[in-house]
Write a new protein. Sequence first.
Length: 314
Amino acid sequence: MSEPNVPTVPEAPPSSDGQRCGLIAIVGKPNVGKSTLLNALVGQKISITSRKAQTTRHRITGMRTVGATQFVFVDTPGFQTRHDNALNRSLNKTVLGAVGDVDLVLFVVEAGSFTLADAKVLSLLKPGVPVVLLANKLDNVHRRAEIAPWLKSMQERHAFAEFVPMSAKNPKDIERLFAICEKYLPEQAWWYAEDELTDRSEKFLVSETIREKLFRLTGDELPYTSTVVIDQFNEEPGKTSSRMVRIAATIVVERDGHKAMVIGDKGERIKRIGTEARVELEKLLDAKVFIELWVKVRSGWADDEARVRSFGYE
């Protein structure tokens, strides 16, 4: 099922005095901390993170209402330049769609670094939309004095509206970022209820959580093309809790060797993936959760346009 390029905006109520609301795209190359940043901004984990590059595959929208302002953040996949296959073309289309119609862009790079992959993402940004350079992972820079000449060189690359050196893991930096973003958002009524955090379904969050555990527990051994398909998501009243959710999911890999790797010795690894996903999902869904996991081999699926779409990519 194809995803829209930008969030579908619900019909806004009549304009309220003093309210602000707008779209902010979070863009950058793979693995610069975009998902960690989104989770910190929203105040809850809605986008998966792992050390493996290219973890985020979809456009994830997260909302946070602070005072009179509603911030609607769009997290995007990292722009793919390494492999030209159907999956990566889909991911890049998602990035281009997300930056097309926003009020502000947060361009995330690692503080003190600028690579060809960063330059590729920067070249996609449309003129006329303000761009804040967000120098993330500042805590990894040992000598802060080195940042000043780097910032000067960055200003020569693009007319950034502002520079924000920060760490997505520092709550004070996140608070400061809200204040910076606020002034770029138009005065208009909020699009979502004050307590809404994401426009994504629970079923989607389940598949992403399982995929995160898959990548975290297989490390670099498993190619990033592996994916998760939810076969069953049934809710029923719980005996010991208010709700119970039964989930059946298939982990799709490209080779028999990958299947063996996911299952692990005597099924230990797949059991651990299921357990870690269940523990996290019980908190996220506020429910008792049962998970059944299967592994299937679908050779070459990432090169097959039709199959990429059938697995939920654009």
